[in-house]
Write a protein that binds this ligand. Structure first.
Ligand code: VG1
Ligand code: CO
Length: 549
């Protein structure tokens, strides 16, 4: 074993954000930078009762190099069993599945999710605990404190291992196993859904779909499950080979970045169903024929129809959504008489609720949906859920969604992102907004029909975890309006450059004639109110958002 001294003071920026530590590759390449964070993880989690660790990533640039470093350090830190996905590949949900199945003490996942990859792009690392989920706040905070404190890290002198060759190597006290990253996950999916009914969908030959893996990690998973196990035609999965730079694109499944897929669902001969997932395979976008499903609606619809799926036939314990996600799922939960929880943004807050059996399904507006089968959001699972639903109901996507709106009403939703804003200006905007909270209630605005919209209440969201009573504050400014609308302001915790301001809008509509509007139109008054409340233009210098979802 070798001990190497590190200059921790140079690395005071290793505070994990919404989803682990995300920085530019060049930052991770500084000598000792990755090692500092990895040693901080090991110092925080050891001594643990078992010494089995899972390692894998989304295949982006620097994935393989980082894995070699982490394997050497894990051996030097006393781990006895180290499980590495072949080729360094492991989607985030599959990592969660493998940690749980093997009863590991946790796993290290290398990903910057939907952010671009490449020598000048982003890299990321996070630790998931023995439940397979992202480490909760107290652990990530303890890791951060360690990053500031440690003066040395442990490693061994050992050549790079062959990440592509399946099998087990004995190195010092440790067994290092390179395993197939797809099988366990595919088996789990087969145990949850009605694969026979889904196979028939493809056998009949009338149903046509495409899955866009965006050259990211889910390609091999989607090929195995959709094409091999469910019999979808070869070629159903496009951009199926994970590439270190994701083919130069943003592996972000939205209408802008998944344009190749979007084109196949429109045009003269559109497909029936389309789906995409992100860099690390935990996000999903679902499309019907010339039809887009908002992720907030997706969560509500999956909740309402869970009884069609074998894994959920016994019913749901409850459902949870992140705070900025629209309240569509709340309406379903209340009709089903099950609890609905509102958590801060980020998957780590769902973990306790899932572990305690308080919820079965959960989701976020940012294309993340999941359930108690793992402790991460799960892109391919959401796609299979929808396929199973289509097969069970024998209805096209559009009908399923429109019937849902007719029954429950529609929660219009949109998110406006201002990217790469000057951090000080963004902070200043949020601070002045917070200062105004006490005087907001009662403030009125006149809409285009000359009627009044009044602010009913406003706060800075804080969350009291019902399982461990931990408190998380300053999670975003919420403004509730008299017309049923809501505006939320928060700053992103996943960006790597400047600040990203996110403004979320949602408004409930029940009138049957008003269920088919364009969300931007339906929410335009809220957008104006947000502008006058927060002074976005004045603070950011931006006249319009960079990304609208
Ligand atoms: C964003 C999303 C959030 C999501 C997070 C990680 O965080 O808003 O809902 O959980 O990304 O997703 P932020 O702090 O930038 O708003 V992923 O797919 O990066 O693991
Ligand atoms: Co992701």
């Amino acid at each position: 074993m070798t001990t190497i001294r590190v200059n921790t003071q140079a690395f005071s920026d290793q505070k994990p954000g919404t989803s682990g530590l995300r920085k530019k590759v060049t930052q991770f390449q500084q000598p000792g930078y990755l090692e500092n964070f990895v040693q901080a993880i090991f110092n925080t989690i050891t001594p643990s009762s078992n010494q089995r660790l899972v390692i894998g990533g989304d295949g982006r640039f620097y994935n393989r190099e980082a894995i070699q470093v982490i394997v050497r350090m894990a051996i030097a830190n006393g781990f006895t069993e180290i499980l590495v996905g072949q080729g360094g590949i492991l989607s985030t949900p599959a990592a969660s599945c493998v940690i749980r199945k093997n009863k590991a003490c946790g796993g290290i996942i290398l990903s910057a999710s939907h952010n671009p990859g490449g020598p000048d792009e982003d890299f990321g690392i996070k630790f998931n605990g023995e439940n397979g989920g992202p480490a909760p706040e107290p652990i990530t905070e303890a890791i951060f404190q360690q990053t500031l404190k440690i003066t040395q890290y442990q490693t061994i002198d050992y050549n790079d291992i062959d990440l592509d060759k399946l099998g087990t190597l004995q190195i010092a006290q440790a067994q290092v196993t390179i395993f197939d990253p797809v099988i366990d996950y595919a088996d789990l999916m087969a145990s949850m859904f009605d694969f026979d009914a889904m196979k028939q969908l493809f056998q009949q030959g009338k149903f046509r779909m495409c899955f866009d893996a965006m050259h990211a990690v889910n390609g091999p998973y989607a090929k195995e499950i959709l094409e091999r196990r469910l019999g979808a035609p070869i070629g159903t999965v496009i951009n199926a080979t994970p590439l270190t730079d994701f083919g130069g694109g943003h592996p972000d499944p939205n209408l802008v970045h998944a344009h190749e897929l979007v084109a196949l669902l429109h045009g003269d001969d559109p497909l029936d169903f389309g789906a995409a997932s992100d860099g690390d395979g935990d996000r999903n976008m679902i499309l019907g024929k010339r039809f887009y499903i908002n992720p907030c609606d997706s969560l509500a619809i999956l909740t309402a129809n869970a009884d069609c799926i074998p894994a959920y036939a016994k019913g749901l314990a409850g459902v949870a959504r992140s705070m900025p996600t629209s309240r569509a799922a709340d309406r379903v939960a209340s009709a089903m008489d099950i609890p609905c929880f509102e958590t801060p943004t980020g998957w780590k807050f769902f973990g306790n609720l899932l572990d305690a059996g308080k919820i079965t399904l959960c989701g976020e507006e940012s294309f993340g949906t999941g359930s108690d089968h793992v402790r991460e959001k799960d892109g391919l699972w959401a796609v299979l859920f929808w396929l199973n639903l289509i097969a069970a109901k024998n209805q096209p996507v559009r009908d399923i969604v429109e019937n849902h709106w007719a029954k429950y009403g529609r929660d219009y939703f949109t998110r406006h992102d201002y990217e790469g804003v000057d951090s000080n200006n963004a902070q200043a905007m949020i601070s002045q907004l917070k200062a105004k909270i006490p005087t907001m209630p009662g403030q009125t605005f006149i809409d285009k029909n000359k009627s009044e919209i009044k602010i009913e209440s406003a706060d800075d969201f804080q969350y009291l975890d019902p399982v461990d009573n931990s408190k998380t504050s300053e999670q975003g400014v919420r403004v509730y309006l008299s017309n049923g609308g809501r505006i939320v302001f928060r700053l992103s915790g996943t960006g790597t450059q400047g600040a990203t301001l996110r403004v979320y809008f949602d408004c409930f509509q029940q009138h049957p004639d008003l269920l088919a509007q364009d969300p931007q139109h339906a929410l335009s008054e809220l957008v104006d109110i947000a502008q006058s409340l927060a002074g976005i233009k004045q603070f950011t210098g931006r006249v319009k958002p960079d990304v609208i979802t």
